[in-house]
Design a protein around this ligand. Sequence first.
Ligand code: SF4
Length: 366
Amino acid sequence: MSNLTHKYLEVSNFSKLLLKWHQHDNNRQMPWKGEKNAYKIWLSEIILQQTRVEQGLGYYNNFILNFPTVADLAAADEKKVFKLWEGLGYYSRCRNLIATAKLINNEYAGIFPNTYESILQLKGIGPYTASAIASFAFNLPHAVVDGNVFRVLARIFGITDAIDSTTGKKKFNLLAYELLDKKHPGKYNQAIMDFGATVCKPVLPLCSTCIFQKHCVAYTQNKVNQLPVKEKKIRQRSRFFYFFIIQHGSKVAVRERVEKDIWQHLHEFPLIELNEAALTKEAVTRARNMGWVGKDTQVRVHPAIYRQKLTHQGITAIFLTATVSGQPASLKHYEWIEANSLPAYSFPKIINDYLRSQLTTDVLAD
Ligand code: SF4
């Protein structure tokens, strides 16, 4: 037993209290709770990796409806999978989902691998997701350590090591494994995550009614708001995108983003990226110089500015429109699609926001 648990709270008491709380007080009902089907657990975990439960629910139900088994997902048209994923963001998750479904189908005969090590080998699955699948689907003794668990353990046991430092991670992982109820790992993991999400919340935790109150170091030492500790602050990068909606007859130019960047495999309009927001004229000059629009072609700018916040990037988008009399040679790598078929393509959220709000009249850009 580690010094930490010995000093403050016995291991068996911790899991007993937690499981008792979960049985009586927890009512977070979700379709994947108590689920034993590894495919469905995996799907829910991937969707929830960077998405709130309320937002992820509809997507989960839709995926299960369209692809009830891993074989269905493996055989699906990728365009359809991306379309269903649209709006969830972090599209690398979707790419990994498709790759992993194919691998399970081809190399595991469609049966989800059932050891922690083999699950961890799958694309897009880290230690947290592997532990969740291993414990929920196969009742294997692996402790989940996610943001909720870091917070709960840091506060109850007063751990001041940074959760993103190497020593901190090691300490939290050891303690999490020590506390895990090895007979009921799935139930225990679900309980500690629910406890972090509903009681020991990041802001305004429910300390006054908390079952751990008298054992909780953060509470007894008045340090609830100081724990957990994080070492690095995420640096935000600002990017400014000028999208040109270039129309020829009833068609517009779009392309798939193939570069290793945000929104890979989603579609976009011809784009000029500049390092400031108020450079519309500069963007138009560049578009003219590149031959996207002729020197005399009118370019109009949409009056609204669109913003989207990603984990490490803040995106600002400005939309410009122009009608051309011929398809420019400089846009020969673009697909010219019927404007009314745009909804069938997968676009980043910021472009969809624009497409949904085209009621405002554009004004001349230069
Ligand atoms: S007393 Fe407060 S800080 Fe401590 S575990 Fe309970 S909710 Fe979290």
